[in-house]
Design a protein around this ligand. Sequence first.
Ligand code: HEM
Length: 511
Amino acid sequence: MKERRDQFGKCCNAPSASDHLLHSLPTLVSILFFSFTAAFTVFSFSLFILRLRPCCNCPICHSYLSSTWLASFPNLSDWYAHLLSHSPTATITIHVLSNILTANPDNVHHILKTNFHNYPKGKPFSSILGDLLGHGIFNVDGHSWTFQRKMASLELGSLSVRSHAFHILTSQIQTRLLPILCSNHGMLDLQDIFKRFSFDNICRFSFGLDPGCLSLSLPISEFAVAFDLASRLSAERAITPYPVMWRIKRLFGLGSERKLSDAIKMVDDLAMEVIRHRREIGFSHRNDLLSRFMASIDDDRYLRDIVVSFLLAGRDTVASALTSFFWLLSQNPEVEDEILAESDRVMGPDPDALPSFDNLKDMQYLHAAVYENLRLFPPVQFDSKFAEEDDILPDGTFVQKGTRVTYHPYAMGRMDRIWGSDCLQFKPERWLKNGSFAPVNPFKFPVFQAGLRVCLGKELAVMDVKCTAVVLIRKFKIRLVGTDRVARFAPGLTASWRGGLPVRIEQRTTS
Ligand code: HEM
């Protein structure tokens, strides 16, 4: 650069206006460039969102987006049940969610069996739950699913394993559950007790590990809290009309996505601890579920996913079924009396006796009452698949490739065209024929799913609920506290009662 001098001949390099312009040119160009990029990104983003979610102002979508349904229904599931029962085909579409919902048994049969291969879990579902469930059985299709299903059914299907599970269950009831309930004279959150109880139970059964949650002196384990939070926040991803929003929050570690990632980190730590412990004590001579998987899998991350899936499968579902059962019994004392009378006939009058495996089989009214409870309050209220190819459902609904298709057991339990005009009543008798339990077509009662992916823990779960319920009913009078008799659910992957189930417990006096 040429040197400039002033009138005294001193050197003067003060920048002129053109120098200024020259110097700030790169900054200007950068600002322009970034503004353009930002504007372009926002524009493409909006286009992307609009393409993902069609704008729709039909009454259902409007009510969904503006949450006006809340004025008339306590839960989203109740609103869906109402819409489905008023639809001539028992099928509706929430356009802004690209979601077809059905409560039509023929459609359910088609989705879960006849055309099973067109309705996998699909990529959208596995990415919503991927952070929590990874490649665990609930979140995969194809080879990985076949492999895990085969291994798990070997374990859960065998009689010796079921009797092992029964042994763990009765010892948990006797040494943990009963002492806690006997020593309590005030109000108690029964849902919290059942969650702790089921968590200890599934951990002991599946992994041979006792987390000791069912001890009221301990705050509920940090892990169980993290598990609840992770399950709730993952479920919330699925109901947002703009999935791209949670992806952005996750990318930048913001808000609920940050909480979710912290909760998942805790879940990961416990799962890894379970695996490490099992390696330490050895697994080759053991028969529990985890050991079976460890014998053929080396990858700890994959094992972690399997552990988490089984915790989810066995813990929240059973706790949810027990919670709703006691909610229903407290409002239907005649059913409780009938269960008591039957159990006295089968087990004798001693309220301290625990049922045997055979006693449980003989209690048909109890079995019917448990199914009736599951009909009205399925722990998994809905379940979604994603169509691989265009299809037409048996009721004539056109399904475009990539659409989410949801069957809704909660709504199905409330359809009078399936269960008759008394469908909202709690009537175990509807499941009995000549005093024996008579199962129904699983596609009109897909509480355990149905078809090729039917729940593998069904028998185990029903045994858990029957056994725990009958022991508690014989020993205690359990009554709801508070006047609100409307069931309200918290968001989550399994149905859970908002605010818990506050009850007062009284020991029955023997006459
Ligand atoms: C009342 C209790 C239970 C209910 C209502 C229930 C319901 C269900 C439902 C609806 C599914 C299908 C989920 C999906 O594909 O997204 C399922 C799958 C499954 N359940 Fe259960 N379940 C219960 C208890 C259990 C228990 C105690 C276990 C094991 C210890 C278990 C093991 C499984 C497994 C392994 C699958 C995956 C099946 C597959 O994808 O092939 N479940 N269950």
